[in-house]
Design a protein around this ligand. Structure first.
Ligand SMILES: NC(=O)c1ccc[n+]([C@@H]2O[C@H](COP(=O)([O-])OP(=O)(O)OC[C@H]3O[C@@H](n4cnc5c(N)ncnc54)[C@H](O)[C@@H]3O)[C@@H](O)[C@H]2O)c1
Ligand SMILES: [Zn+2]
Length: 367
């Protein structure tokens, strides 16, 4: 693996690089200057969990050393911070810090901080520049593609924007401190990328999952590069989700319903893992793929220490109702991205409710 690797994302808002490697935080100031030469100041939005480590200090020191006045703001860890109330607090900090249209907002944290800080960057003064510094495994997915959002009490990501970052700075050293459960959660999106686009990558994950789950950094870096490449390729093809970008929703129709009903009980990737099994089961029912795909998927999810069953506490009718509220539902039809074989999916726009119910029931955890 190269000490640093770079992927390029094509975007209508300006193409940008995803830099993956070690010891990148210390380079933050130079790298920000290279993509925002006229930058006047920065707001660094930091996940509260990261205060136990030196990451924010390193980034702030690097920015200031490069002549970029920087104000740091800390956001409480967890999904609840992806709210209008927290966004309002951040707007106030933007004003208090004197941010202008040439300022930049940086997100240092996982997908929660990226989505929230990105939403604030998309809307403050009708949009200021934004830089992602992901620190979770899951954020390899969340930080690429320009989707930013906050939640409403009625559902996840209901208010948002497309606001691509100017740069994604992925220092894999930060993953050393990531809790094991969050590591597994992030693995779900990598497995998803294998299922929807890259059979060889799926096989590679099967061979390397033990090392990946153990947190081995070389393997993790290699995994991130390929997984980010899948995401970068898809969003470069279809940034605004007119076509193939929808394939990234594999597992997510069910996952979002589980997250809505079992708020706070599942990490995003855990819900996606269950969702991928249920949606694959729908695919089997419709004759799009055979059972062997589920067997292989389950084995890889198990190796990644991810759940695979719908919790019995969740009501199937309530899950269906939540799916109908998902913003991806159109005209009340239930649409799903379904695998045909590992590496290939199709979009089925009108799946019978009875098929979905049967698939959910079939995947309820044995008591
Ligand atoms: N915009 C997108 O395209 C997109 C895609 C996928 C997911 N998402 C969103 O991302 C969010 C989930 O992201 P996530 O899983 O990264 O969750 P998260 O941001 O909540 O981070 C997970 C946990 O890890 C902690 N943490 C972060 N980095 C750490 C580190 N290096 N060391 C120790 N602890 C660390 C955080 O405090 C948090 O408790 C969801 O809100 C989801 O909707 C967005
Ligand atoms: Zn996801």
């Amino acid at each position: 693996m190269n000490p640093q690797a770079t992927l390029r994302v094509i975007s209508a808002g300006g193409d940008y690089d995803v830099r993956i490697g070690r010891h990148l935080l210390i380079e933050a100031g130079n790298l920000v200057r290279s993509v925002c030469p006229d930058v006047t100041s920065a707001l660094l939005v930091v996940d509260s969990s990261l205060l136990a480590f030196t990451y924010a200090d390193t980034v702030e020191t690097s920015l200031i050393a490069c002549g970029i006045p920087t104000v740091r703001t800390v956001v409480a860890r967890g999904e609840a911070s992806k709210s209008l109330a927290t966004a309002e607090t951040l707007y106030t900090h933007c004003v208090d810090a004197g941010l202008d249209r040439k300022s930049v907002i940086l997100a240092l944290g996982g997908g929660v901080i990226g989505d929230l800080a990105g939403f604030v960057a998309a809307t403050y003064m009708r949009g200021v520049r934004f830089i992602q510094i992901p620190t979770t495994l899951l954020a390899h997915d969340a930080s690429i593609g320009g989707k930013v959002a906050i939640n409403l009490p009625q559902g996840k990501n209901l208010v948002g924007a497309f606001h691509p970052p100017r740069l994604v700075l992925y220092d894999v050293e930060t993953l050393r401190t990531l809790p094991a459960r969050e590591r597994s959660s992030g693995m779900a999106e990598a497995i998803k990328h294998g299922v929807i686009r890259n059979e060889a990558f799926f096989s590679w994950l099967e061979e390397n999952m033990e090392n990946l789950i153990a947190g081995e950094l070389d393997a993790t870096e290699q995994m991130l590069y390929t997984s980010c490449a899948v995401k970068a390729e898809i969003v470069s093809e279809d940034e605004t989700e007119q076509g193939t970008r929808a394939f990234l929703n594999f597992g997510h129709t069910v996952a979002h319903a589980i997250e809505a009903l079992a708020y706070g009980q599942f990490a995003h990737g855990e819900a996606v893992a269950i969702g991928m099994v249920v949606e694959s089961s729908i695919s089997v029912s419709l004759g799009h793929c055979d059972e062997a795909l589920i067997v292989r998927l389950r084995a890889l999810l198990a190796a990644a220490q991810l759940p695979q069953h719908v919790p019995p506490s969740l009501d199937v009718d309530a899950l269906i109702a939540a799916m109908r509220h998902d913003k991806k539902a159109t005209k009340k039809q239930l649409a799903f991205v379904l695998p045909t074989r590992i590496g290939h999916v199709l979009l089925e726009r009108d799946v019978e409710e009875s098929v979905v119910k049967a698939a959910l029931r079939a995947q309820i955890a044995p008591s």
